[in-house]
Ligand binder design. Structure first.
Ligand code: 5GP
Length: 251
């Protein structure tokens, strides 16, 4: 029998969810999910729609590389293995309904909200939270909202802060080593039942790719992320390819 080409898709189970950039299918083994990365691009809560050719392949591979490296420094993640060009197998988790945003440099909504020019380096990184709710446009919330609305408990929140700082420290160096400044990014965490602990533990979920972070060339300041699409700067395919090339990812 001919072997599967790396671009051929695996037979998948039931479709569980279709998001803006990914589709989730039930995996063959219990407790697993197949994440399929699309080329579809949206911005401003899906008011702007388009396609970035090859984006799904790059995001799948960048996410794989980042998740593997984070696991090496002791961050538990949902990533199991990459299946092919556009799919990866991950653990099924209950997603914590928070977008955890990390900022090293002022950009995007922070620049707009506070009237600060983009590019100002922060004295220390900021971790902020948005409620994961597309209908409301993922509104910014305070730590007090997280606890009072029981979106996460005290222990989880403190783990989220610890893991997120570690992830940021590591990834700033990881990208700096290829001439890229990590400006800001978004993470999502999930709860996984741990038989040994007889309780839930938090693990990193979702993806890490130029779709959910800002990456600027250290020398020139050129934007190498989804802002090229959001802001109609052009050259988004080339920017994603440049990130992959610098990270040594074969396409
Ligand atoms: P901002 O709040 O400035 O729009 O975004 C801060 C960072 O988080 C950026 O790197 C942005 O890509 C990421 N981010 C914020 N919200 C979302 C979201 O809903 N989806 C994705 N993919 N990334 C987001």
């Amino acid at each position: 029998m001919p072997s599967k080409s790396p671009t051929e898709e695996m037979p998948k189970g039931e479709k569980l969810y279709e998001g803006k950039a990914k589709v989730l299918f039930r995996g063959e083994d219990a407790g697993t999910i197949v994440q399929y990365f699309k080329d579809d691009a949206t911005a401003f809560n899906a008011q702007k729609k388009g396609t970035i050719t090859g984006k799904g392949i790059i995001n799948n591979k960048v996410t794989e590389l980042v998740m593997i490296n984070l696991a090496r420094i002791g961050i538990p993640t949902h990533f199991i293995k990459r299946l092919n060009d556009r799919e990866q197998l991950v653990r099924e988790v209950e997603i914590v309904p928070l977008e955890v945003i990390v900022r090293n440099v002022v950009a995007g909504t922070m620049a707009k909200r506070l009237g600060i020019e983009e590019g100002r380096r922060l004295a220390r990184p900021i971790i902020e939270f948005s409620l994961k709710d597309d209908d409301l446009g993922d509104p910014l919330i305070a730590e007090e909202h997280v606890l009072s609305l029981e979106l996460a408990d005290d222990e989880e929140l403190s783990e989220i802060f610890d893991m997120t700082h570690q992830i940021n420290d590591f990834l700033r160096g990881f990208f700096a080593s290829v001439g890229i400044e990590l400006i800001d990014f978004k993470l999502e965490y999930g709860r996984l039942y741990d038989e040994d602990e007889m309780g839930y533990c938090l693990i990193l979920a979702d993806e890490f790719s130029p779709d959910n972070c800002r990456l600027w060339d250290i020398e020139t300041g050129k934007k190498l992320d989804k802002d090229r699409f959001r802001r109609d700067l052009g050259g988004e395919v080339e920017a994603y390819e440049e990130v992959a090339r610098r990270l040594g990812i074969a396409l």
